[in-house]
Ligand binder design. Structure first.
Ligand SMILES: NC(=O)c1ccc[n+]([C@@H]2O[C@H](COP(=O)([O-])OP(=O)(O)OC[C@H]3O[C@@H](n4cnc5c(N)ncnc54)[C@H](OP(=O)(O)O)[C@@H]3O)[C@@H](O)[C@H]2O)c1
Length: 243
């Protein structure tokens, strides 16, 4: 059984999978989650083939009961939680006058509400890990769009700004218990989420998902005395409207 364990939402591709690869390489047992089971199983096959301990849970994080089921399965398999990665997110652009309520609610539920509920669900296990080694970690996926509002991505940016604020509050509330909370705020990363903009910004000019994974490796290496509340990943001199 792995000595440490992590839970990642939105782990069937893109940034979540890149983070899973880093945590697997660092010896963590993993619970990986996303909505579509076949895509999730395909995405994690190479980790299992390499001998890593991987639990998969198909769940929609906007549904509280399904979200809870990820934590229940994780606790049953690993009995501990050292790193929680609240990563699942969706971006649906729209002009202000054409915002559809169902897409507003979806982005609030997936990008913000699930991070708050996931933090609540993970807290008992994270507290135990913090008490044990003072290196428990919550990683919340925000965005550079949360640093500064972007036209047509107003809801997405607002949810991510809220994630940044919630992350600061979390760090201040539980940091002394050996639980660090870091928010990541990347610009365009080459994933399925940025396919919509690849006509204007070529994929090869985007941040690599592995760059975000390396950010996690860095956090794992820090002494327990050093917490990093936020990391902004830019594409070099440009302030783009990334999701
Ligand atoms: N790519 C970027 O440029 C960029 C920049 C800044 C921040 N981010 C943030 O980084 C995170 C990951 O994005 P990505 O670029 O890696 O996106 P991605 O490649 O589209 O992956 C999204 C992941 O989330 C899952 N997911 C989506 N909706 C879900 C739901 N309701 N419940 C559970 N899982 C769900 C997807 O699987 P299923 O569809 O099967 O559920 C998939 O595993 C998001 O929070 C995003 O906002 C991305």
């Amino acid at each position: 059984m792995a000595e440490r364990a992590a839970l990642i939402t939105g782990a069937s591709g893109g940034i979540g999978l890149a983070i899973a690869e880093v945590l697997a390489g660092e010896g963590y047992g993993l619970t990986l989650s996303a909505r579509r089971p076949e895509k999730l199983e395909d995405a994690v096959a190479h980790l299992r083939e390499a001998g890593h301990e991987v639990e998969t849970v198909a769940a929609n994080v906007s549904d509280e009961a399904e979200l809870k089921s990820i934590f229940t399965a994780h606790e049953a398999r690993f009995g501990r939680l050292d790193v929680l990665v609240n990563n699942a997110g969706v971006g649906i652009g729209a002009p202000l006058a054409e915002i559809e309520t169902k897409f507003l609610d979806m982005q609030l539920a997936v990008n913000l509400r699930s991070i708050i509920l996931g933090t609540r669900e993970g807290m008992p296990m994270l507290r135990k890990a913090g008490e044990e080694h003072r290196k428990a970690l919550i990683l919340n996926m925000a965005s550079i769009a949360g640093k500064s509002g972007q036209p047509w991505l107003s809801i997405y940016g607002a949810t991510k700004a809220a994630v940044l604020n919630f992350s600061v509050a979390t760090e201040r509330e539980v940091g002394k218990e050996g639980i660090a909370c870091t928010a990541f705020a990347p610009a365009f990363v080459d994933t399925a989420m940025t396919d919509f903009v690849k006509g204007a910004v070529p994929a090869e000019e985007m941040i690599r998902p592995s760059d975000i994974g390396e950010g996690v490796r860095y956090l794992l290496k820090l002494s327990p005395n050093c917490h990093i509340p936020e990391i902004v990943f830019t594409r070099g001199g440009e302030s783009d409207g990334a999701p």
